[in-house]
Design a protein around this ligand. Sequence first.
Ligand code: ARG
Length: 491
Amino acid sequence: MMTTANPAHPPKTSDRLWGGGYDEATHPLVQQLNASIGFDCRLAVFDIIGSVAHATMLRDQGILPAADHVAIVAGLQGILADVEAGRFVWSVAREDVHMNIEAELRDRIGDPAGRLHTARSRNDQVALDERLYLRATLATIISDLARLVDVLSDLGRRYAAWPMPGYTHLQRAQPVTLGHHLLAHAEAFLRDGSRLCDLLVRMDACPLGSGALAGTTLPIDRAKTAQLLGFAGVTHNSLDAVADRDHLVEALAAASLGMLHLSRIGEELVLFSTAEFGFVRLTDAFTTGSSLMPQKKNPDMAELLRGKSGRVVGDLVGLLVALKGLPLAYNKDLQEDKEPLFDALDTWAACLQVTADMLAAARWNRQGLLEALDRGFLLATDLADELVRCGVPFRTAHEQIAELVADCVRHRTTFAAMGPAAIAQRLGVPQAGIALALDVEHSLALRDLPGAPHPKRVRAEGVRTRRLAAKLQQQAARWLAPCPAEGMLRA
Ligand code: ARG
């Protein structure tokens, strides 16, 4: 197949690539509402990678002349260079990223550009671009999660033996260690990472070749395009492939849950850094001053972990509602998927990075944690357990210790002030066991079972979470590896 530029048919200069059958100009607001270029321009690199793969497959199938392929790839390389240098001028009249790039290619290389969209629609094109964007972005978020888990793993081991109050209902409950507490958050972030790994596998199919909705009559090779784009295979139903946004919903659901996890740690940092708790000091890089009160150092970043979680949940809900009730296949409503997608993932990534750095820099106050253990009868359960060891049924032990606590409260005293001798005498058990039960270090040392805060167990779990973080980093690297089409583009 040969092409030569035909001077009788100069390149179309209309910006509307679909303008062929239109007599009447569109309403002025149509362009404003219809255009997505203001936000989908960030898909440009993925759109261009997709076009290189598509053009290469068309050439290999004999649908696109080799010379046109060369011109198209070179033209796209030039466009990508301009986009990445921030020189590319996006046009609202050209509506979206797909038409901006195609029209610009036509301006630059002329006729060969007209063959690029053979056997392709913006519907399968945008479905592809979003999958490529999601693959790259989720991979970097997996890497961010891994870094955060890594930071928590180091802290978990460093503070494995620092006793602190554990809370239920935000009331002092039983002793744990700071390391145990920090590693609790690491568990949640590891689950967030594995959720994204699952999703990346589930969405690993190439939608290109689905056309507008019904495939194409031309002899394309979908498997070839998929291979050039680094997908494991192709999607199996053209209608579904152009209408499916499940992976975006899953990503935003994962982002919402991930942000909830961050909001919980954020709330704790806000509380624990107050003068009332005095457990931790957030360093200056993560706090801000007040314009009025000279003494203030406000934990804005920790607060924003809470605040921004609501916004990401809003992104998820917005997307879900946009998708609800859409008939097959493509509908323009689907264009509304992008802003929540970008917003949620940008927010999540930034919050993960700031959390890792803020935690790595935070200064924990060992004395403050120990003082909080003095009040609140955190060893009441340990005393009841000691009675159990002496043969008392647990329910009876619970009652006896509850009465002991009530008496202490009445007399404004503590277990420590009362002393093991008096307590042992009142409970009618040997003093040695009571003395041990009132010792925080001993309490922690007895908690020597999987998942419990014995310092040795905490250290071992910190080693485990660090290993899992390294595995997540490997997963991220795997999904970030450039596909063959990107290799051709950047060659
Ligand atoms: N900008 C569009 C979107 O984001 C691309 C697909 C447009 N397809 C169409 N048939 N109008 O959804």
